[in-house]
Design a protein around this ligand. Structure first.
Ligand code: TXA
Ligand code: MG
Length: 354
């Protein structure tokens, strides 16, 4: 059992973070503690990235397997030279174009980086977040901060401080609460250590925005069963971001999808199951006559990204047994939303031709 500690929750202004609050959190990081803080994507569970002991506390708090490496957050591009070696020019060009922002680069690691944060790999993942609270914390602490999403392993990522507290209350020293995060899906991860740049995770920077600098970027989403040996990115495991309820995904022309979803909802209701629907706003009316719980995702893929994880948690809280959802178009943030839905559904996707 993990020892319970007192978790201090501090409200902080997103656009004007109080320096004394940031200083307090920076102190906690410097003395090896854990600080959950908002980034523009999701909340992170931060620790001093250069301290083996502090990083070990992240793994323990999250119950994260030791083979799953953690992203290092920085506030100045020059820190790349401390944490990585043989940094290719393209990394600096990408940093120039997209940092601060939701892009993570995988590079060859330097010796300064502790083994546990990279899970023993020769590579390290690095990003510069744009959230004012995250940047202030990085600047004031002067530390590179290792931070995975601040959820328990395989749960939906947290987009509010309440989500963090639900998963990690009593396991983290400080939670900086600046309200909901903006983007709602995690950073895009690009691996620059191979012969060709590889999209390891679709995320906050759309693929379409990267191709001008990375015309050969390959998108190879991997949906790996739990048992896979030698997983490069354990985030690519199939079961990830999963709600407690089962999730069923439907893909195809909208009308046919709605019809299938209604039929599935009826079937589940008839067998006594509590049913939740993840619906874009315009679809909700097709389900309103059914005794189902509807969580709204907004009108477009940007709103869907912002609301997806909160909606999954909301349906879990409502105690539904099964969640039905449809996939968004793959453009823009839709690629990341679709990817998270497939993982949350553990691959249970029904494709409807017509
Ligand atoms: O937006 C984000 O990236 C958030 C915020 C807090 O910055 N962080 C985040 O961290 O999503 P996490 O740990 O939940 O996801 C990081 C992913 C994991 O799938 C991990 O396996 C992968 O990045 N990763 C980290 N270092 C890696 C490396 N050296 N090689 C391959 N994959 C790596
Ligand atoms: Mg995560």
């Amino acid at each position: 059992m993990l020892e319970q500690i007192e978790t201090q929750v501090a409200h902080i202004e997103r656009d004007d973070p109080a320096p004394e609050m940031i200083a307090l959190a920076a102190d906690v990081l410097q003395s090896g503690g854990l600080v959950a803080f908002p980034t523009e994507t999701v909340y992170g569970l931060g620790a001093n990235a250069l301290s083996v002991e502090a990083v070990a506390r992240i793994f323990a708090a999250k119950e994260r397997p030791a083979n799953d490496p953690i992203i290092v957050h920085i506030h100045e591009t020059e820190q790349l030279n401390l944490l990585a070696r043989s940094v290719p020019d393209i990394a600096f060009q990408l940093a120039e174009a997209f940092w601060p922002g939701p892009l993570t680069l995988i590079l060859q690691r330097s010796d300064r980086v502790p083994d546990n944060i990279t899970a023993g790999r020769k590579t390290v993942a690095i990003r510069m977040p744009s959230h004012p609270v995250a940047l202030a914390l990085l600047q004031t602490s002067g530390l590179p901060i290792g931070a995975p999403s601040a959820n328990r392993f395989s749960r939906p990522s947290p987009t509010s401080a309440a989500h963090v507290i639900a998963d990690l209350g009593g396991r983290v020293d400080v939670v900086l609460d600046a309200g909901s995060t903006d983007i709602g899906v995690e950073s895009t991860i690009v691996d620059l250590t191979g012969n060709l740049p590889l999209l390891r995770r679709a995320g906050g920077i759309p693929l379409e925005a990267l191709v001008s600098l990375l015309p050969e970027l390959q998108d190879h989403p991997e949906y790996l069963p739990e048992s896979s040996a030698n997983v490069v990115s354990p985030g690519s495991l199939l079961r990830h971001y999963a709600p407690q309820a089962r999730l069923l995904l439907f893909e195809g022309p909208e009308e046919a999808v709605v019809e299938k979803m209604r039929a599935a909802a009826q079937r589940e209701l008839n067998s006594g199951q509590g049913v939740g629907i993840l619906a874009i706003d315009d679809q909700a009316r097709y389900f309103e006559d059914l005794p189902v719980r509807i969580a709204l995702l907004g009108h477009n893929e940007i709103e869907m990204a912002a609301r997806l994880f909160a909606a999954l948690r909301e349906l879990d809280q409502a105690g539904v047994d099964i969640i039905l959802a449809s996939t968004p178009p793959i453009s823009g943030l839709g690629r990341a939303v679709r990817d998270r839905l497939i993982r949350a559904a553990e691959g249970h996707i029904q494709t409807i031709q017509r």
